[in-house]
Design a protein. Sequence first.
Length: 424
Amino acid sequence: METTKRGLFEPGPGFGAGLRDLGANINLKTASAGLVAAIFGCSGPALIVIGAAEAGHLTNGQTVAWLLAIYGLGGLISFVMGLYYKMPITGAYSIPGAALVAGSLTTFPFDQAVGAFVMAGVLVLILGVTGLIGRVMRWLPMPIVMAMIAGALIRFGIGAVNAVSALPIVVGVAVAAFFLSMRFVKVVPPVLSALVVGLAAVAITGSFGTHAAGISFVLPELTAPSFTVGAFLAIAVPLAILVVGAENAQATGVLLAEKYAAPVNAMTIISGIGGILAGFLGGHNANIAGPMTAICSSDQAGERREGRYAATVVNGVLFAAFGIFAGAVVPLILMLPGALIGAVAGLAMINVLVMAFQSAFSKAAGYQVGAFVALVVAMSNVSILGISAPFWALLLGALVSTLVEKPVAKINDADPVQGDRLPA
């Protein structure tokens, strides 16, 4: 898995190797992890995007175009990164970014927002092409990165607990199935057991959701972008920071925790290109996604790390299909109860969170005070100047460590194959 940076993109095994080995790596575990990640990304997050479209009084065609952009291109990113690097680098879009846009559409007309989407992609692309993000991430101490990951993803674990009280029978049997499967049924991924049992409980109890998507199967309607300084400052800059400081940083940390040498420059560049293309289609961005990467890279996707990229490819197929048929599929997906979706996503994060906490607070690694600051800031979900918590967690954790702790080992001080640093 080790790579050495050459030019703008870190080299990988290549598409030929990824395609050649794909069939051997698609199995029950990789397929179920990809399915769970897709259900997670195509349910509640889709509703946030639809809500943002409604806030901006978009037409049905514009809403479908937005979904096509972020899901279709998100799926394409999964194909490209998963197959080329043979790593579970999974594409989607920024969920906090959709919430940011929802607020902005009450102030800016949609054509100006579309222009800002494109400009955000350009900003991310510049950060990737210059290699700035790679240098910053190599400087950050690993425990602080891992603490940020733990704080950012802990909400999924807490959400699984809250889901039990929201839908006790359905979620309760799903959780029980997960742990019983983990203990007694080695051939079936626990997360798949939880999903299947949960869906059976939904059918038996009649606990289907009541969300109405509000759109039907219509052709996408493109919107010509309009570029303004106001939209650039209010939408493009915060959105670019969200993509890099939240989504890409989470995905990078998750991959490192799972002992992959994450290709940071390539991840940033493709997120920039995805943002530009999505913007011209009317979507707020398409980039590497933290939560979906976490699901597809965990051991729920198989014991063999080198084969887990197949989960990302499966997720990419489902994401792309969802984008193409969004107008028809959204109402069906939204019939699933949100509590079950949240519980299954939380269960899939267990081992990722365990490893993140172990890496963050290992006494030998040092930086425990800075890691704790990063953890609580990321858990707070605070937003300052329109920038979400993961960015501030990294910044404040690093500043506190610089002030009060003796340097021990940063990301660039250890073997990247073991996940202790990013490729140079």
